[in-house]
Design a binder for this molecule. Structure first.
Ligand SMILES: [Zn+2]
Length: 298
């Protein structure tokens, strides 16, 4: 027995040595006595451009979305801050939102950062550490993204200097679930170590490429000592019982409708879309764990 509430790290370590961990198909079960649930919209963006791809949000629409958040009193929070608050058993401030940008495309610095800066907001970018400053090489990516280099070290430093959080997105952007455990460990640990070397800060929060993970990924995350894994499961409800499956909302769900944006931030968008599906009689694939087909190029 510990004489204090376990920190996130202690709880994950305890969990790794507990009986429940031996069932590898189980979610991270954490210490049920200290499980906490809270609402925190974590929104996932990729590139702010006019290409009209599944990774695009246009600069005009992005500006509208950010202005909407600011005008309705939402404040951006870093994921590291969320972890610190959890460790101190403090609550997450109401109307907190996390804006994340996977892959560190050049438009994050060219478009997202200056627009968010106008409203006093900062974001989080997830970096593929073997491809910093290089043209991205992973598969299922629109040709136009392959023609421009991802943010380089200097550019990432500029982002970090302006208050952004830089975190790992694996070393090579593989589909982790296609790899054996040892290779998953290498992908996660290498990217974490690089970012920690570059910024001297903890980088134990990772976004899974394509949102894909399996029980071995969760085991790899534990072995590397990671704190949080971000998936693409559609929800705003975070639980400390599933630290390696924190959900995020795809920016595409907001489109340009303020109504949908209100619903999404209130955690009601899931209900709204499910009701619409029920009326239409079709069940959308978007509410299942995403398959590689539904997460093209992410
Ligand atoms: Zn990605």
């Amino acid at each position: 027995m510990v004489d204090h509430e376990p920190t996130i790290k202690e709880a994950i370590d305890n969990e790794a040595s507990s009986e429940s961990f031996k069932d590898s198909n189980k979610q991270t079960t954490y210490n049920p006595l200290s499980e906490r649930r809270f609402r925190l919209p974590i929104i996932v963006y990729h590139s702010i451009d006019d290409y009209g791809t599944s990774l695009s949000v246009s600069p005009t629409l992005f500006q509208k979305q950010v202005r909407f958040l600011a005008e309705h009193g939402w404040k951006t929070l870093h994921l590291r801050t969320v972890l610190k608050l959890l460790d101190k058993r403090q609550s997450i401030p109401r109307k907190s939102v996390v804006l994340t940008f996977d892959d560190a495309f050049p438009t994050v610095l060219e478009q997202a950062q200056p627009i968010m800066n106008q409203y006093g907001m900062t974001g989080t970018t997830f970096v593929v550490t073997s491809q910093v400053g290089l043209k991205p090489e992973w598969f299922r990516l629109d040709r136009r993204y392959k023609e421009r280099a991802l943010l380089d070290r200097d550019e990432l430093d500029r982002l970090a200097d302006s208050g952004w959080e830089v975190l790992p997105h694996t070393h090579d952007h593989p589909v982790l679930t296609h790899l054996p455990l040892a290779k998953q460990i290498t992908q996660i640990s290498t990217s974490r170590e690089r970012i920690q070397e570059w910024y001297g800060t903890d980088a134990s929060i990772l976004a899974y490429p394509f949102g894909q993970f399996n029980s071995e990924t969760q085991q790899a995350m534990r072995e590397v000592g990671m704190s949080v894994g971000l998936s693409l499961r559609f929800s705003v409800r975070i639980s400390t019982a599933t630290m390696f499956d924190w959900p995020r909302i795809g920016s595409a769900w907001f489109k340009d409708s303020e109504f949908r944006q209100h619903l999404g931030l209130a955690g009601l968008l899931e209900l709204y879309v499910k009701l619409k599906q029920r009326i239409k009689g079709d069940r959308s694939r978007h509410f299942q764990n995403p398959s590689p087909e539904t997460t093209r190029g992410l």
